[in-house]
Design a protein around this ligand. Structure first.
Ligand code: PBG
Length: 327
């Protein structure tokens, strides 16, 4: 390449003033890129702080609408709901109950906010299972095919309660196809699926499991979630989800997986989400509480980096803070 170099070319020319830096900025983070997770718990009557996630709460049903209104007022377009039921069993019956906590929350938010806020629901069984695994368990094994009908039923019940989009996160093979089929059969062919396609068996989920009360009571999730060492496999997972009807694909976690976000976006050009998970959030909080980092600047840098890697949207516990900082 026959490029002019130093001293004729000086890269610092375009870094001299805020205006010029802003003109050449390649990645612009906005509140519209963000999705805020909300934990709603059936058995409580006031907001309960989640100790491992400073600034995050479990909400009782009666406070969920207020929280959703705040999210919408900040210009964040969507929430993703995680329900914590009172009753857990071996078939996750509260996951697909018409009056389950997620269904009640979705209904309440949509009744109040209508088109002002999009409601996405996490479709997984772990919070509803007495053993905390994401599928039906038999003799210590997590059964794939027996779990699929329950996921289909759960998704349909969420949509019938008002959910605008469903997000299957259980990493069962065929779950996206099963949910697509169930939604279509239920007359919901216009409801999109945001698939947690490349979801790793990650140590970054630790704080979430306190928040969602979904830690497995035996073993771990490595027999269904992906090995975090693999990125070709992440592409195969994503490709299968696209073939099964995913409208949006997701990489999770985000920050340690920017390479995978980039590959997925490059390979498929799909609307791509990334989940900036609980451990990523809590690490920044802890460091900030120690005075080791600037929370605002570091959080915005992380979110910008995730977008720069190729994410069109980011699920993040920092959504409300970021929206305020960006305003
Ligand atoms: C449910 C689910 C998990 C997360 C989102 N959906 C936890 C898990 O797989 O154990 C993690 C989110 C986070 O850590 O913020 N299966």
């Amino acid at each position: 390449m026959n490029e002019t170099t130093y001293p004729t070319m000086r890269m610092r020319r375009l870094r001299r003033t805020p205006q010029i830096r802003s003109m050449v900025k390649e990645t612009l983070l906005t509140p519209e890129d963000l999705i805020y997770p909300i934990f709603v718990k059936e058995s409580i009557s006031s907001n309960e702080p989640i100790s491992s996630m400073p600034g995050q709460y479990q909400y009782p049903l009666k406070n969920v609408v207020k929280e959703a209104e705040e999210v919408a007022s900040l210009g964040v377009p969507a929430v993703i709901l995680f329900g914590i039921p009172q009753q857990k069993d071996e078939i996750a019956s509260q996951a697909y109950a018409e009056d389950g906590i997620t269904q009640l929350a979705a209904r309440a938010i949509k009744e109040r906010l209508g088109d002002d806020l999009m409601v996405i629901t996490d479709v997984c069984l772990c919070e509803y299972m007495s053993h905390g695994h994401c599928g039906i368990v038999e003799n210590g094994a997590i059964l794939n095919d027996d779990t699929l009908p329950l996921l289909g039923e759960t998704a349909v019940s969420h949509v019938e309660a008002g959910a605008d989009m469903v997000a299957p996160s259980g990493m069962m093979d065929g779950q996206v196809g099963a949910i697509r089929k169930a939604l279509d059969a239920g007359g919901h062919s216009d409801t999109p699926i945001m698939a947690y396609s490349a979801k790793m068996a990650s140590n970054f989920y630790g704080p979430f499991r306190e928040a969602a009360e979904s830690a497995p009571s035996f073993g771990d999730r490595r027999a269904y979630q992906m090995d975090f060492s693999n990125s070709d496999e992440a592409l195969r997972e994503t490709e299968l989800d696209i073939a099964e009807g995913a409208d949006i694909v997701m990489v999770k976690p985000a920050l340690a997986y920017l390479d995978i976000i980039l590959r997925v976006k490059d390979a498929y050009g799909m609307p791509t989400a990334a989940y900036n998970v609980s451990g990523e959030y809590s690490m920044v909080k802890a460091a900030a509480q120690n005075g080791w980092v600037n929370e605002e600047k570091l959080t915005l840098e992380i979110l910008t980096a995730i977008k720069r890697a190729g994410a069109d949207m980011i699920l993040t516990y920092s959504a409300k803070d970021a929206a305020r900082w960006l305003a």
